[in-house]
Design a binder for this molecule. Sequence first.
Ligand code: TTP
Ligand code: MG
Length: 705
Amino acid sequence: MAWGDFGYMEDGRLGKPYDLGLLTRLAAQAKGKLKLIGLAGFLILLSTGLDLLLPYLTKTAIDDYIVRQALLVDLAKAGAAQVKALKQGLDRKIISTNDPGKVFVPEKAFKDLDPRVLARLRADGAIAKEPWHIVSSGPGVSEVMEARPGLFKEYGDRVLIKSSDLKKLSPDNLYKLRNSDITGLIWLAVIFLGACVLAAGLGFFQQVILERAGQEMMFELRQKLYAHILSRAPSFFTENAVGNLTTRLTNDVQNLNEMYRNSIIALCKDVVLLTGIVVVLLLLDVTLTLVCLVLVPVIAVAAWFFARLAREAFRALQGHLGRINARFQETISGISVLKLFRAEDYSANAFSRLNNAYFQAGMRQIKVFAVFMPLAGFFSNLAVALIIWYGGGQVIQDRLSLGALAAFLFYMQMFFRPVRDVAEKYNVLQAAMASAERIFNIMDNQTALSVVAKPSPFPDKEHLTVCFEKVTFGYLPSETVLQDISFAIPAGETWAVVGPTGAGKTSVVNLVLRLYDPWQGRVFLDGVDLRRADPLDLAAKVALVPQEVFIKSGTIKHNITLGRERVTEENLDMALSVTGAGEFVNRLEKGLHTKVGSGGQGLSAGQRQLIALARALAGDPGLLVLDEATSAVDPVSEKQIQRALPKVMQGRTSLVVAHRLSTVRRADNILVMKKGRICEQGTHAELLKKNGVYAGLVRHERLRG
Ligand code: TTP
Ligand code: MG
């Protein structure tokens, strides 16, 4: 992954990668996946082992098959101590000649010698410069030896030829001579290829297993979050904007996955690989390893410095992106107002400023990376230079084999790859920690209305009574919306609530449906305190036609049934015909199966209201609550709904917030609300006679005919 594509954060905040509390909670998420993760970890170990094997195979190819040289040592020129050390130290590796004073020593054996002994031997001129090739035994060897007898020396089962004399052999003979070396190389190449194929195979399984574990965790987390968010009380949704909640469920969860995949697992793999490399290098050559490791502190400081710069740049970028997102969301949701006032240009200008800031922040981040990436490359090349300088010198002095040098170069390249992207992983980790914090914030939100362990069932009756007992309530602690409300609706009656805007009519409705709990007092439905009722029972008994109709995208049928089991085909037909919604639905080409857009695109305001009425009725509720069910409707639809209402309410207890005099007049009782209190109540006639607030409303045509 390149940089920065971690989704957006509305506040541009980054988490602390070392927040232990968060890490523990995240680890708890992975609990069920331990087997999968363990299996993947094992595969990672295996494939890392294979990665480490490849340079070693290269070394073997060079040292054992390509370069097989020995040097002649004149023991007569060496001191007694050196001879002893040579004989004891190399023992069986030495090839004795016919002359007891002279021995051949394979080049790669010299490095096993104490460097001081080696230096002394060189200083004394005991080691000849001329290299000899050690012929490996093979079927064609004796044939070649017979053809060119003068070139070869035979000591026991070992045959040697001056390396410079190899050129004198015909290509054919050279091939015969080195036949077994070539076979060895072919075998090594096959093993190399096999290791590569195996590593690729392991990589596949490891990837699939890890991804599976990751995707499963994300799936479960999304599921949990969704259920949790849905079960919050309405106040939660006033505090948390939809856009932010959407980000929680999508981007933030994705960030966690990114962290898990690109950071934690990769980090573990890197640690295993780096440790493995250092161990193998130390085994190959301690001093050269230490020379290379001199660079590590320098790189560590550079990486730390870079991580800080990158963090700042990344945070700025995320902040700007968040602002763009928020701005765009707001603009689109208010698009009709924007168009109405022709404010597109103004909005475009504002957007262009945000966009420009985002662009600048992006450029800053790119610059930071543009410095670090070549720098990391530079260090990697510097390590190569060190190996060539110091290691090359060691090879010349026979303290290091050529194969080991090649392996060193190979390993160093491997070493720097993870170092290069450590800063990037750090970024992912930070973004993810911020996401985790926000997700857990939501998970910790306890605003859901309490549900008792053993809810009291409602009596199984068709009509319900509603009773408010000294209810006081508000949305914000500082503001009381309903003050000491008490009333009782007998079963089967229709009561109306009227009052000026903001009086608290919708708030009363909200309490009947237990969208909120009152601060003081109690709300009863058929004698059951709503706090003790089963929420599902309540939903089955009460239906609301809200002030603002909500239509979800899908078919009309689904909009009416909302997937509720108790909405039978029979109930559906009844609801359609009683409300009159069936008339317009039948006129549609696809009838009930017509698709509508979210927000009710494709439906008129009146049709939406009819659907909301049908939806309420289809559940056959014992209590029907209408909140200004005809408020947003044209006169024709209004008439239609007005006609439907008496039929809809027949045989049910209903509570109707209304501004229609015809509806109100029919009510068995009218509650008149003002500033959160019930100021009058009675029938239409009684209230008119009283000549109070209600009579005033009627007189001023606040209630229309
Ligand atoms: P409502 O109960 O909505 O008033 P209303 O239904 O009588 O008004 P209208 O005729 O316009 O529909 O509001 C009473 C007070 O409570 C008002 O000051 C706004 C406030 N309120 C909230 O703070 N949050 C809410 O979710 C609601 C519904 C109201
Ligand atoms: Mg209202």
